[in-house]
Write a protein that binds this ligand. Structure first.
Ligand code: IMP
Length: 172
């Protein structure tokens, strides 16, 4: 059995989410903001984030499948759920759990830009900056991580551990 090593406690996560929500609320005052969550991993973060925002938002989701090993994506990405809200001329904020190589977000940003939104920015809970392959601008990152595979708070390993309220390093 892999070992779970604590990385972020409930309180740490709550403070990070509240802090990033304050920045987003201030940056998007008087804008019509649409949050686009990336399923499945981001749904926990997105639901906490939107409840910390002090501005009204609309919410939609995309889902992508990426084929690779258990712990890293190959870059071969397929869209398996499209957006359903009209985003033309709207401000979009993509909400993702973790960015690693950046290939997933880069694909999603290109997909969303094809609907001619006014702006597309990105908010991630965790930024694994060291392994980046695609150039993606991360506008809001709650926390930077250096290495390892993380689970909990929506992040999974083979569909397990998403339900854990805190974030752990999965040590194989
Ligand atoms: P990227 O395309 O390499 O940036 O990978 C991003 C996707 O891989 C995220 O949406 C996650 O679903 C998954 N991922 C990357 N690193 C981790 C991790 O440490 N734990 C869980 N999922 C991860």
């Amino acid at each position: 059995m892999p070992e779970l090593i604590p990385v972020l406690k409930k309180n740490d996560i709550n403070n990070m989410v509240a802090q990033v929500a304050r920045r987003i609320s201030s940056d998007y005052q008087d804008h019509e903001l649409i949050l686009i969550g990336v399923l499945k991993g981001a749904f926990v973060f997105l639901s906490d984030l939107m409840r910390h925002l002090s501005i009204p938002v609309q919410v939609d989701f995309v889902r992508v499948a990426s084929y690779g090993s258990d712990t890293s994506s190959s870059g071969r990405i397929n869209l398996t759920k499209a957006i359903e809200i009209d985003v033309k001329n709207k401000d979009i904020l993509v909400v993702e759990d973790i960015v690693d190589t950046g290939l997933t977000l880069s694909y999603i940003i290109d997909y969303l830009k094809s609907f001619n939104p006014k702006t597309v920015r990105v908010c991630v809970l965790l930024d694994k900056r060291e392994r980046r392959q695609a150039k993606v601008k991360i506008d809001y990152a709650c926390h930077e991580v250096t290495e390892g595979f993380l689970v909990g708070y929506g992040l999974d390993y083979n569909e397990g551990y998403r339900d854990l309220p805190e974030i752990y390093h999965l040590q194989f």
